[in-house]
Design a protein around this ligand. Sequence first.
Ligand SMILES: CC(C)(COP(=O)(O)OP(=O)(O)OC[C@H]1O[C@@H](n2cnc3c(N)ncnc32)[C@H](O)[C@@H]1OP(=O)(O)O)[C@@H](O)C(=O)NCCC(=O)NCCS
Length: 211
Amino acid sequence: MLNFNEISDVKHRDFEEVMKIYKSSFSAQGREPDNIIRKRIQEHIFRLMVGYWEGRAIAMSFFYRLKDKRFFLLAYIAISKKFQNRGIGSKLMKHMLHVVKKDAKGQYLLMEVESPKYGKSREEKEKRVQFYKRLGAKELKGIYYTFPPHPGNKPTEMILMLIPNYPNGKMNGNLVKKLISMLYTDLYRKDKSDNLLKSMISNVPPYVELA
Ligand SMILES: CC(C)(COP(=O)(O)OP(=O)(O)OC[C@H]1O[C@@H](n2cnc3c(N)ncnc32)[C@H](O)[C@@H]1OP(=O)(O)O)[C@@H](O)C(=O)NCCC(=O)NCCS
C-alpha cells in the first residue's frame, strides 16, 4: 500500500534513504548540495514529503513556500527508479496539492521544468512536461527563465508551470516578475542586482498567458 508522510527532521530514520533517491535522480549540476538541503529541512525552509510503499521510502519531494504565501515551489520530486511509471509520481503530486490547499493561504504549486526546446534529452523533458500537464499544470507562456548557471556553465532554459490555472488563464506581468525575483533571491541566494535576473525580469510582458 502507498502512503505519504511529511518529515521535518534530518535525524528521522528515513532521511538518508530519501537523500539516496534524491542523489540518484538528479545530476550534481541539477541538484543542490547535501549540506544546503539538510540545512533547509532543519530550518523548516524546505518541506519534505515522503511516499512509502509497504513501509519503504520510495518517493520524495521537496517543496518551499515563497514570500507571496499563496505560492509553493515544487523544488524537487523523484520516485525510485524501480517504482516509476506506476502512477506514484501523480499520486504524490496530488497529495502535495492537497497539503498546499489545506494551508490557510496556500493556493498554487509552481514548478520549474526543463524546457524541451533546448539541450539534450528533449524527449524525456517533453515527457516530464506532459506528466505535469496531465495533472492540470499550465505553462507561463512567452517568458524566458533559466536556472542560475553554476560558474563556467551555460544557463539551463526552463519553463515555469502552475497548478491550478490562474484566474482567467493570465497573470499580471508584475506578479510574474515578483515570483522570478523571489526564486532568485530567496531560493538561489542571488542579489537583486544579478544581471541575469534583471534581464529576465525586463523581458516579462505586461500580461503572461497560462496554457
Ligand atoms: C517524473 C517522475 C517524478 C514521474 O513519476 P512517475 O511515478 O514515474 O509518474 P507516473 O507513473 O505518475 O506518470 C507516468 C508519466 O511520468 C512521466 N515520466 C515517467 N518517467 C519519466 C522519466 N524518467 N523522465 C521524465 N518523465 C517521466 C511520463 O510523462 C509518464 O507518462 P508516459 O509513460 O505516458 O510518458 C519520475 O519519473 C522521476 O522521479 N523522474 C526522475 C526525477 C525527475 O525527473 N523529476 C522531475 C524533475 S524535478
